[in-house]
Design a protein around this ligand. Structure first.
Ligand code: ZN
Length: 250
């Protein structure tokens, strides 16, 4: 599994023009990944367990702004009750109105283009265990057991070699630069390209979010807007955002 293949490009062809899954591409990608990873990632994408939480206190439509105001007032009035279990005032975005639809499109576009990770968003998968699974495409890490075990195995072999040498491919020749963003680290580096060696450490969560966010806007919109399989949940103010983290960590 070399890096010469442009996985981003292949993922972007997964959704055909009629907005259905492109079955030939699905079959092709199935054979590109070991351990049924691709099928497991696709099942995850359709499971309704994947979420994108975004802190968005600037671009919300009017309704959301009003809602934030109300929630903020509520927080103040409840602040003395010490309720750590304060419900997370997140609002699942559904395409109820044109305003909402436009907002959702804009948000997805911002997330998709957020190569420098300026937006505050978190990728979280609902799990049967008590703890949700956190996925970080930026660093190619995931909190699931499969990832941890593979990572441990990879760094345990040949202890004299650095972790960087073991797990990261570095390209310093500009003529060798690739358009592929799959498993790419430090996307904004101009002088070098870095890729995580995903054939050594990968789980269905990283693959599923890569299909969403390292392919094309069409694929992202397919799963989030048109199929509503992946939930985009916006948090309207920083207090709520912090509470979300507290509630998840506790
Ligand atoms: Zn994982």
């Amino acid at each position: 599994m070399g890096q010469s293949v442009n996985y981003s490009e292949l993922f972007s062809q997964l959704i055909a023009k009629d907005d259905k899954i492109n079955t030939s591409m699905l079959t092709f990608l199935y054979y590109m990944f070991p351990r049924d990873l691709f099928i497991r990632a696709l099942s995850l994408l359709e499971s309704n367990d994947m979420m994108i939480y975004i802190l968005d206190n600037e671009n919300s439509p009017d309704t959301a702004a009003k809602r934030t105001e109300t929630l903020a007032d509520e927080s103040i009035s409840k602040s003395e009750t010490n309720e750590i279990d304060t419900k997370v005032h997140a609002e699942t975005i559904n395409t109820q109105t044109n305003n909402e639809l436009k907002y959702m499109n804009d948000t997805l576009r911002s997330i998709y283009k957020d190569d420098d990770f300026k937006l505050l968003y978190r990728l979280i998968v609902k799990s049967n265990d008590t703890t949700p699974i956190y996925v970080y495409l930026k660093n190619w890490t995931c909190s699931c057991n499969e990832y941890c075990e593979l990572f441990h195995d990879s760094i345990s072999s040949n202890r004299t070699e650095s972790i960087q040498n073991k797990l990261i491919t570095e390209i310093d020749d500009i003529d060798e630069f690739k358009d592929d963003h799959f498993a790419q680290l430090d996307i904004h580096s101009f002088s070098r390209q870095y890729y995580f060696q995903f054939d050594k450490v990968m789980c269905p969560h990283l693959l599923a979010y890569s299909i969403l966010l390292r392919s094309s806007l069409t694929v992202l919109e397919h799963f989030v807007i048109r199929k509503s399989n992946v939930l985009l949940i916006r948090i309207n103010n920083i207090d709520e955002w912090l509470k979300l983290h507290i509630n998840i960590v506790v």
